[in-house]
Design a protein around this ligand. Sequence first.
Ligand SMILES: *[C@@H]1O[C@H](CO)[C@@H](O)[C@H](O)[C@H]1NC(C)=O
Length: 345
Amino acid sequence: MSPFTTTIILLSLATGTIITATSYHWLMAWIGLELNTLAIIPIISKQHHPRATEAATKYFLTQAAASALILFSSTINAWYSGTWDIMQMTNNTSNILLTMALAMKLGLAPTHFWLPEVLQGTSMMTALIISTWQKLAPMALIIIMSNNLSYTVLMTTGIMSAMVGGWGGLNQTQTRKIMAYSSIAHLGWMAAITPMMTNLLILNLIIYLFMTTSMFLMLLLSKSKTLQDVSTLWALSPTLMIMTMLTLLSLGGLPPLTGFIPKWLILQELTTQNMLTVAVTMALSALLSLFFYLRLTYMMTLTTPPNTAMLKHKWRFNYLNNTKPLSISLTLSILLLPIVPMILL
Ligand SMILES: *[C@@H]1O[C@H](CO)[C@@H](O)[C@H](O)[C@H]1NC(C)=O
């Protein structure tokens, strides 16, 4: 792509999210979402490969359907209440429809099927954009609308996503698909806490963005596409291997690391609200996610696999050229736990 085209596309991507996050009229919110979708389509389908084209088609169809559903629900609301204001969603039917449409945009279960396929069909950098920046616009709408969204739909989709994210990741050997299921599980936790405490949703989203960014940047730097590629990371850079191990444990939510903050605070809030069944289900589904993070850790740090001739050249190329973004996001996704007293006070 020429620098001119790239600039226009990336600017449109940023503008779409900003328009959605700052709008008060449903039509503007929808325009922002559409701009976002249309800008990422050429990024996904840039490599002229059938897989990329398929991923772009799947992404476009699901996102356009979800946007149409959002427009439909706001039209129903405008029909009965006479206003297009985002804040005044009073009709129950349209709130349920809107919640389901936002869940579909984010890739929450049971409408999550597109996410692993789209991530697998694109490059690692595009997968990073789809699983981080592209979540911001629907999340902004969820945060604005959190008082009106359907409680039942959010709780159901949240619990289902946490379970599907853990369960689905167990069977994967491709790192991008594992990251897709990890994303589904994390967004499930966010959806389940939305009706009770939107602040925790924002906190969890920020921490998820740091952890996912550092994981994808590491996979990008080491060119790791499968579990097998990950197992030769020690030869590329032992330091990077240790940091990646810590990021994976942080994604799994283990205590001295950043990833423990959202798990801890969300389980605490759910228990305070006497939702013990939900809390126990979420905690148990986190074990499923932890299993595949630990398997990735095990492949990376504790085994010396038999190398094939294909993998022999891995450390001969100069890969580690720009590690500044990675070092920032790695630090934030490992060492943030001490800020918890600041959040709680
Ligand atoms: C909400 O919309 C539905 C149709 O979709 C309608 O039947 C119902 O009366 C509306 N409710 C209110 C309170 O306007």
